[in-house]
Design a protein around this ligand. Sequence first.
Ligand code: NAD
Length: 340
Amino acid sequence: MKVAVFSTKFYDRQFLTDANHDDHELVFYETPLNPASAALANGYAAVCIFVNDDASADTLKILAAGGTRLIALRCTGFNNVDLNVAAELGIQVVRVTVYSPYSVAEHAVALLQCLNRKIHRAYNRTRDNNFALDGLMGVDLHDRTIGIIGTGKIGQIFAKIMTHGFGCKLLGYDLYPNPQFESDLGGKYVTLPELFSQSDVISLHCPLTSDNHYLINQAAIAQMKPGVMVINTSRGGLVDTEAVIAGLRSKQIGALGLDVYEQESELFFEDLSSEIMQDDVIERLLSFPNVIMTGHQAFFTQEAIGTISQTTLASITEFAQGKPLSNEIKPLEKAPAIAS
Ligand code: NAD
């Protein structure tokens, strides 16, 4: 099967080629998929895309006219695909339901401890032969309260690390509570206001939906403990960036770790170090000493990329062989409209 693979970097090409075993004809494009680039997939039955590709209605119509019948997402989230329009056009959509949840949970822990123990600042100082400790004091995590929003695959692993590894107390909020969070990990489900007001650290592990856009907004921040740490490795749209900037300025937010950013599609995965940054909001964010941002790299481990590549190609093979698609996303799953 001919597959047009968009938004590829050298590592995508390497892992997908290794997993392919020459079963399919993979044509790699560095460009993202959007209405302007969709014509590149003309004549390709399958298109393979990533988190910031644009599979909205306009793109899908061009793909369908060119003969595309399958979109294979190399990720879990699918908020960038208009599932209803895809179904109307006869395009099936598959995703990678599970790939190392450890990758994201462990990255959230890395951001948390880096911020707490000021590793990012110490790294720069010691390179300048500055071994002073002023401003580097952290706190013991033992006995601190961690609020986890979304206790699914990633949230549960994050919870396990925080309680078994650091001895933290766990509070959880989830639309569909998982009994193991309480029975196995000693966590306690609470309401969102309770989680906001009682947590020393709040970490987001839920999908972005139409109901929770800007979950972390001015009103939520006002309910939090002064000096709270907020970690977001889920989706940028969960956080109102202007509100967290105000929270950082007032010191209501004591530290912020972000792997995702609401305007990331225009920035992330590219080397813009020689460009003039046009996004004033991200510039402001990155000016705070107590903010660490990584560019949507939480998933980026050898294990995760290997599994993503294998699952994606297995889905394409199922489609080529006319088999039921194990990882198909149906429009009904889109109940929360922005979904991930
Ligand atoms: P999952 O489906 O296993 O768990 C998500 C949990 O969130 C579920 O328990 C669900 O009930 C809960 N939930 C759904 N809507 C909610 C809401 N409005 N409020 C609270 N809880 C809600 O998903 P997962 O594999 O644990 O992934 C979680 C999120 O992590 C994904 O949705 C994605 O946005 C993000 N993610 C980020 C990266 C990265 O590289 N930064 C990689 C993979 C996933």
